[in-house]
Design a protein around this ligand. Structure first.
Ligand code: BG6
Ligand code: MG
Length: 218
């Protein structure tokens, strides 16, 4: 990889689901259970559109393939809650092993190098995930679905994360597996690093093949 920053990076803001921990797979399983119950066609391609977007917006995307009677706000609220309860059942199984050693090692090394680290996640379950995986202590700040009004691709979650770290947006690099997250990072004036399913996204400033390559950025 090449390094394109100007050397001003002082902090890293990490998306959580699909970047630090593979809870994106658990989101998929939970939505799939709900979609199957309603006879809605739902697959990995549709699931890719849900990355980084809020629970409510995700439901609207899934319901594009629902051909039953129109659903009101209360029914949609119940469906979102149904999915969340399936998802939280799955989260109960999470242990510290869910975070790969190379991810933990990289986070520790970045901290040792003096970088500030934050989570920037659209999820309202971020706190539970950090607690169950035992990695909360590796981050200086958490900005998540509980402190935002607008989810990615709006930059709000990342701008709040930078503010929580006491940094300017331009001093931060955002690490994302979602195109919506890369868009949010660029809209916020940050350096956008794409991993996994976002790798190769043309809007990203950098795409990584391995998580450890982060040590070459900044
Ligand atoms: C994001 C996920 O991190 O959080 C999305 O990529 C998810 O798929 C969103 O919809 C909201 O998560 P939650 O846990 O609040 O339903
Ligand atoms: Mg993600």
């Amino acid at each position: 990889m090449t390094t394109k920053t100007t050397g001003t990076i002082k902090g890293f803001i990490f998306d959580l689901d699909g970047v630090i921990v593979f809870t994106d797979k658990l989101h998929y399983q939970a939505w799939k259970r709900m979609a199957d119950r309603l006879g809605i066609s739902f697959d990995e391609t549709v699931n890719d559109r849900l990355r980084g977007v809020s629970r409510e917006e995700s439901l609207d995307i899934i319901l594009e393939n629902y051909h039953g009677l129109a659903l009101g706000a209360e029914e949609k609220r119940r469906l979102a809650e149904e999915k969340n309860s399936y998802y939280r059942e799955l989260l109960e199984e999470l242990t510290p092993d869910a975070v790969e050693e190379k991810v933990k090692d990289t986070l520790v090394k970045l901290r040792e190098q003096g970088f500030k680290l934050a989570i920037g996640s659209s999820s309202k379950n971020a706190g539970l995930i950090l607690e169950r995986t035992g990695i909360a202590g590796l981050f200086d700040a958490v900005s998540d679905g509980n402190n935002i009004q607008r989810s990615k691709p709006d930059p709000e979650v990342f701008l709040k994360a930078a503010a929580f770290l006491g940094l300017e947006p331009g001093d931060c690099a955002v690490i994302e597996d979602a195109e919506a997250g890369i868009r949010a990072a660029k809209a916020g004036g940050m350096f956008a690093v794409a991993v996994h399913s976002a790798a190769g996204c043309p809007l990203a400033d950098e795409s990584l093949k391995t998580f450890e390559e982060l040590l070459n950025i900044g």
